[in-house]
Design a protein around this ligand. Structure first.
Ligand code: KIV
Ligand code: NA
Length: 288
């Protein structure tokens, strides 16, 4: 099966049908997402905390991340696959950022684009914003870029925590709006809005001519993304307010493994007929 193209995603956007996106972090989770028929799969750097047990997404390096990108890309299916630009792999120079994006695209021919977290700046600051320059450099080199604005987790310290963005002042909302427009104008094929008041993200979406994908951004955007481990309840503990849990895979899995442990303890498993292998009687006789 070939992957969906950006043109096909845009057709959906122009038809005003919501674009569906979910994260995946390995072959199995990508297979589930592909079988479900989602439009886009994001190999998000949140896999660092959700699938690898790190404390922060800032801890994962490029090679370790690429290993997961490749694993996701081995699953069959038609989703458009996008990879995050991990923290520390693009900030030191435009050249470094371009090299990282190329390395991600080269991880697998199925990688269709990259996602870049972009700081929201306004006025004169915007002119010199590094991540906007990098986004432009990538787009001008033919690398499809989705600009991620609003709450940008890699910048959590700079933002003083994981907080809603653009809700406290008109200036902050305007900075997100302006940054989204700048990203569109420099060539991004879509904008991801995270943790932005739904009125603001709807307004931004209506003013843009490229699709917006929201997480914690309400239903007035062009599509939605959720972290698969949140949706499936893969991990212990609370999920963020912006997410929705459709299952409790952690609890279910623990239950299944406990059944197995009990079966082993009580010698119900394995069953020699169902799970075992026979030796011919004459071979057995010779052997004895
Ligand atoms: O890394 C990730 O999973 C993300 C989504 C939450 C948008 O960036
Ligand atoms: Na991310």
């Amino acid at each position: 099966v070939r992957s969906k193209t950006i043109t096909e995603l845009k057709t959906k956007y122009h038809a005003q049908e919501p674009i569906t996106m979910i994260t995946a972090h390995d072959f199995i989770t990508a297979s589930w997402a592909q079988s479900a028929g989602c439009d886009m799969i994001l190999v998000g750097d949140s896999l660092a905390t959700n699938a690898l047990g790190y404390e922060s997404t800032t801890q994962i390096g490029l090679e370790e991340f690429q290993y997961h990108v490749q694993s996701v890309c081995r699953a069959q299916g038609a989703a458009f696959i996008m990879a995050d630009m991990p923290f520390g792999t693009f900030e030191s120079s435009i050249e470094k950022g371009v090299e990282t994006a190329i390395a991600l695209m080269k991880s697998s021919p199925k990688v269709g684009g990259v996602k870049l977290e972009v700081g929201s700046t306004s006025g004169a600051l915007r002119e010199q914003d590094y991540s906007l320059k990098l986004a432009a450099a990538l787009c001008s080199r033919g690398i499809p870029v989705m600009g991620h604005v609003g709450l940008t987790p890699q910048r959590a310290h700079a933002l003083s925590g994981f907080k809603v963005q653009g809700s406290k002042s008109a200036k902050d909302a305007a900075a997100i709006y302006q940054t989204a427009h700048e990203l569109q104008d420099l060539g991004c094929f879509g904008i991801l809005l995270e943790c932005v008041p739904h009125k603001v993200s709807k307004h931004i979406t209506e003013s843009l001519s490229v699709p917006t994908i929201g997480i914690g951004a309400g239903n007035g955007v062009s599509g939605q993304v959720l972290v698969q481990s949140d949706l499936l309840g893969m991990n212990l503990g609370k999920i963020p307010k912006l997410a929705q849990k459709y299952g409790d895979l952690h609890e279910q899995s623990v239950g299944f493994i406990q059944q197995y442990l009990e079966d082993v303890a009580s010698q119900r498993f394995p069953d020699n007929d169902r799970n075992g292998f026979k030796i011919k009687d004459d071979v057995w006789g010779d052997f004895l």
